[in-house]
Design a protein around this ligand. Structure first.
Ligand code: SF4
Length: 326
């Protein structure tokens, strides 16, 4: 079975090698562009948030390219993400497209992800479904590591072009790995090649944290490649949001890794007591953490009409800023 997974950073690469093992062939739609965004925006409700419009453009491109099945996530509140896929499905049907949409209705729950996988792939074994989600996490974890290494090296090297090429090759190697053994072998090679890049160990670049809505932070088209641009300008960037961390906070694949969501919630409590949706509480908690760790600045990325990040923005610009160390 061939399915399309919308772009969100390297989500498609994390899923492809794992889903291949259960007979699902993940096809990546063309990378989002201004043309596909315009198309997505044209058919979206005006006040839908930017990720909705980018995703819809992705889906239109994919279906025009022959895709018949879309795999995505649903959910329930507190933000609008939960009903996105239903609305997108109706819009695409109204446009006359015929396709099937497979949706994980509770993507926060491992059992629900496994159930969706079982239904989509036709496998009978629960164990195989859980193993597949675990392998997706391992792949996402390693892809995130590559980005972390690159964010560290970029401001310290003059070989920026080579670093970009090596990272692109590294992503391809992860994409090709179909088992944990192959992933480990790829990891070894990637580490070795990145170590080859000459860096100035004495350089102390300014440090910038990036916080905000998850899609905006991890999808380079949505954030205009801010991570790489800041690195090229000589800043060491650290994300406050990672796909693999999001998964581990919920599914506890690595019980020894701290639950970043819980920590952020605890730190943010004096300013925001309740989960307002999206990454709002993480945005507050991580900003405080970055400030306490002596970062030089934080960039908060939010899409237009995103309620949770608007809540965070109000707190960041007023009560919080006056209390942070300078
Ligand atoms: S967090 Fe914001 S941008 Fe993301 S889906 Fe919810 S409302 Fe939209």
């Amino acid at each position: 079975m061939k399915v399309v997974i919308p772009h969100m950073g390297h989500l498609d690469i994390a899923c492809r090698g794992a889903l291949r093992n259960v007979g699902i062939d993940v096809v990546s739609p063309p990378r989002a562009s201004n043309v596909s965004l315009k198309l997505g925006a044209k058919y979206s409700p005006e006040l839908a948030c930017l990720p909705f419009k980018i995703n819809l453009g992705n889906f239109i491109d994919a279906i025009n390219g022959g895709a018949k099945t879309i795999m995505t996530a649903g959910g329930c509140g507190p933000c609008r993400f939960g009903y996105y896929s239903i609305l997108q499905e109706r819009i695409l049907q109204d446009m006359g497209y015929s396709f099937e949409m497979i949706r994980a209705d509770e993507p926060d729950k491992l059992a629900n992800l496994a159930k969706t996988l079982k239904e989509a792939s036709g496998i009978n074994s629960k164990f195989a479904a859980y193993k597949t989600v675990y392998f997706i996490w391992r792949r996402a974890h390693f892809l995130d590591k590559i980005i972390k290494w690159s964010d560290f090296i970029r401001p310290r090297t003059t070989e920026k072009g080579r670093l970009t090429r090596l990272c692109d090759e590294a992503f391809k190697m992860v994409d090709a790995a179909s088992s944990l053994k192959e992933l480990r072998a790829a990891a070894k090679k990637i580490k070795k090649s990145l170590k080859d890049i000459r860096i100035d160990k004495n350089k102390k670049p300014i440090r910038i944290g990036i916080v905000g809505e998850m899609f905006m932070v991890i999808e380079p088209f949505a954030n205009m490649g801010i991570e790489r641009k800041l690195g090229d300008l000589g800043a060491e960037v650290e994300r406050g949001v990672w796909l693999s961390r999001w998964m581990n906070d919920r599914f506890h694949f690595n019980p020894f890794q701290r639950n970043h969501m819980k920590v952020a919630k605890r730190i943010a409590r004096p300013y925001l007591k309740y989960h307002a949706g999206g990454e709002s509480i993480v945005t507050i908690g991580k900003t405080i953490k970055f400030a306490k760790r002596g970062f030089d600045g934080v960039v908060h990325i939010k899409p237009f009409s995103c309620m949770p990040e608007l809540v965070a923005q109000m707190i960041l610009t007023k009560p919080l800023m006056s209390t942070l160390p300078r």
